[in-house]
Write a protein of this length. Structure first.
Length: 97
């Protein structure tokens, strides 16, 4: 099953780096909704630190959005976790009731 070209058009029409484009394609093809940074980095074959700049590029271009949550980590201590997802163009318009 192929992905519609409309899903990749924002990335093709922007001037993002190759690594950011790879990350965007991975998010389009393999994720659905909010996902944390470590699994995405592992799917790209990178470390979470290495995808910080590509994530910033995609956020600046408006292609993804971030959500930071203060949660209990693996060690039992509270820490910040960052989640990302593709920007939902259809849900951005809000009409007043």
């Amino acid at each position: 099953m192929s992905t519609p070209t409309t899903a990749l058009e924002p990335a093709l029409a922007s001037s993002i780096s190759d690594r950011a484009f790879r990350l965007y394609c991975l998010l389009v093809l393999r994720t659905n909704g909010w996902v944390s940074i470590p699994p995405v980095a592992a799917m790209c074959g990178l470390t979470p630190h290495q995808i910080r700049l590509p994530l910033a590029e995609l956020c600046d271009a408006g292609m993804i959005e971030r959500d930071r949550r203060y949660e209990t980590g693996d060690t039992g201590r509270k820490t910040w976790h960052t989640y990302i997802r593709l920007t939902d163009d259809e849900g951005t318009w809000v009409t007043a009731a």
